[in-house]
Design a protein around this ligand. Structure first.
Ligand code: ATP
Ligand code: MG
Length: 146
């Protein structure tokens, strides 16, 4: 069965934990392992943090959009902002690359997303924003195998 949910919220750092918990609650119906749930929550945090601090440069008038689609054991998520966008996507995805070293950013957000998800697509245009598409196949549910 297909199922989907959509969220939008102000670009405020206190909404990062809300987004992480809301996505985890939606995914819970697939009976993921604790590791899978932790990985998905971490990835949502990284992408939402990026939208807030890089995309909108902490302007709370910005809106962050999340969509989650589930079908069978596949989880697809998009996390989108309408902020500044990324000039060079390939460079931004490199481990340790950051444009905000002064904020003690380590440049590991995209690397974490790639490690925890099966597919990571970055779509971005300077001046119009960034959309991250993430895909993960969950392991077989305990409830389904006996
Ligand atoms: N939504 C976004 N809008 C604009 N630029 C972005 C966005 N997401 C990422 N970037 C750019 O890509 C770079 C790399 O992102 P990444 O998440 O890997 O590292 P970081 O956010 O700088 O550091 P960390 O995630 O380790 O705190 C950022 O420094 C920023 O320049
Ligand atoms: Mg980051």
């Amino acid at each position: 069965m297909k199922n989907e949910m959509h969220l939008q919220f102000s670009a405020l750092s206190q909404n990062e934990s809300f987004a992480r918990v809301a996505v985890a609650a939606f995914i819970a119906q697939l009976d993921p392992t604790m590791d899978e749930l932790t990985e998905i929550k971490t990835v949502v945090s990284e992408a939402v943090t990026n939208a807030i601090i890089h995309g909108y440069e902490n302007d709370p008038k910005g809106i962050v959009y999340i969509s989650v689609f589930i079908e069978d054991r596949i989880v697809e998520m998009t996390i989108k902002d309408e902020g500044v966008g990324i000039k060079d996507i390939e460079e931004a995805r490199q481990p340790l690359f950051t444009t905000k070293p002064e904020l003690e950013r380590s440049g590991m957000g995209f690397t974490i997303m790639e490690n925890f998800m099966d597919e990571v697509e970055v779509h971005s245009q300077p001046g119009s924003g960034t959309e991250i598409r993430l895909r993960k196949l969950l392991s077989k549910s305990k409830m389904l195998c006996n």
